[in-house]
Design a protein around this ligand. Structure first.
Ligand SMILES: [Zn+2]
Length: 234
């Protein structure tokens, strides 16, 4: 089944140009693992970028360029440690989507970041019916950057109604959910922000597993949510 909700074109252009932040790059690459259409589009954009570079006028070359290249070749090489210092997983991995095997719930590159498929995930309860696990992503495993989390919403569970302090990118990996804007299934990519006030509800027939990238906390907007807002950190 091919996804029907895709990242906006400007996301794919930024991805192809290698300018997306790591967390966004990870979620776009994981979508691409499930989406032949976006894989083809990014290949087209990369070819276009290559053609544009080839058409650029040649820059003048300094007279001593050759000497300086030879000098660099002769200088001692720096020691090469584990790539990225994060166990070998970094932006380079995020930018190389793999085709998902039908048997794996969590495709590469996300699986490499998590270090396991779904059966190895150690969930923490957020609220009743909703569990999460943080996905280490970025130089300090998250730090002040966006939060990258795998969420599990139990079948039939309604998330608290909320809006967003910033942007929220969601990729469905298993099951599905609905909100005021549509119905989303495996591979679907959803981008929302502070202009969207919604209440996602997991489908009745299976738990919904999603990857979520948020750059600011959610703001609960339901009558009960407004009361508990200060105490909940999504
Ligand atoms: Zn797509």
């Amino acid at each position: 089944m091919t996804p029907t909700h895709h990242p906006a074109e400007d996301f794919l252009v930024a991805y192809a140009a290698g300018t997306l932040p790591e967390a966004s790059s990870l979620i776009v690459a994981t979508h691409m693992a499930l989406c032949p259409d976006c894989r083809a589009e990014v290949r087209r954009l990369e070819a276009l970028g290559g053609a544009l570079l080839a058409d650029m006028p040649e820059a003048p070359v300094a007279d001593d360029l050759l000497a300086s290249i030879f000098a660099q070749l002769e200088s001692p090489q720096p020691k090469v440690g584990p790539i990225g210092g994060d166990g070998g997983l970094g932006v380079a991995v995020a930018r190389r989507p793999a085709k998902a095997s039908a048997r794996t719930v969590i495709p590469e590159p996300l699986r490499g970041y998590l270090g396991c498929d779904l059966d190895g995930v150690r969930w923490s309860k957020v609220i009743r019916g909703v569990d999460e696990v943080s996905v280490p992503c970025g130089p300090a495993g998250g730090g002040a950057g966006p939060k990258v989390r795998l969420m599990r919403i139990r079948a039939g569970t309604a998330m608290p109604r909320h809006t967003h302090g910033g942007s929220e990118l969601t990729l469905v990996l298993s099951g599905g959910f609905s909100d005021e804007t549509g119905h989303f299934l495996r591979g679907d990519f959803v981008a929302t922000d502070g202009s969207v006030d919604h209440q996602p509800v997991a489908d009745d027939d299976a738990d919904c597993i999603c990857l979520a990238v948020t750059d600011a906390p959610l703001r609960l907007t339901g009558p009960l949510g407004r009361l508990i807002n200060p105490f909940v950190s999504f």
